[in-house]
Design a protein around this ligand. Sequence first.
Ligand SMILES: Nc1ncnc2c1ncn2[C@@H]1O[C@H](COP(=O)(O)OP(=O)(O)O)[C@@H](O)[C@H]1O
Ligand SMILES: [Mg+2]
Length: 238
Amino acid sequence: MDNSVLIEAQAASLIYRDGERVVRAVDSVSLQVRPGEFVGIVGPSGSGKSSLLYLLSGLKLPTQGAVRYRGRCYTEASDAERSAMRRERFGFVFQQPYLLGYLTVLENVVVGAPDVRAYRERALWLLEQLGLADKAHRYPPALSGGERQRACVARALLMEPEVIFADEPTAALDQQTGLHVLDLLEQHRGTGAVVLVTHDPLMLRYCDTVYKLRSGQVEAVETAPAKPLTRADSPPTP
Ligand SMILES: Nc1ncnc2c1ncn2[C@@H]1O[C@H](COP(=O)(O)OP(=O)(O)O)[C@@H](O)[C@H]1O
Ligand SMILES: [Mg+2]
């Protein structure tokens, strides 16, 4: 198995059948996500961005083609295996922030952790980084949409997953807060990959690769130029 590839889509298509209507939401997309890679997915509304995230994360199975995680084909895995992969290895930020209304923000952030107490400090640190330290003990209905979205970002980052899938995580945020969320995603790169759906060009600054979708197809792929060595990275001169 090729260890340099975490997720691979091979001519993957997702077709929705909606009564008489057939929608090819993802149309024969091939791409690879490497460990630590920051991938951007852009495109107009309805171009298949969310659907592609569902395929890459195994939330939906391709109608045609294949999607693999570390060489394991989602279609060959059971529902239980796929949901364990998502729980243990992936973090999600969905377009609509979803929090449990009867748990506090802090409880929502740690709800998926195997040992809640062990992750409490990290959860509080993340909430602080996201400007939510003073809201940790509030209940979600008492938060704004943007605050809920940030709580979801903290939850996704908590377990340092191998891949974070984020669907327009900054859409409900003002620019400064959005860039702060982006910085946290960028920091996450030391541990895992990031797959970010966005329509905001400002949010693409850290992307290694950007896939532009149109009508479910990859219309263009942009690869960032190799980053120049900074002084700290340069080998010491003898
Ligand atoms: N559950 C569904 N049933 C039928 N059509 C759908 C469904 N979900 C999405 N679509 C259609 O698939 C296409 C891609 O949708 P989506 O992946 O949500 O695009 P984006 O995230 O880029 O806005 C759109 O034409 C949308 O209307
Ligand atoms: Mg979408």
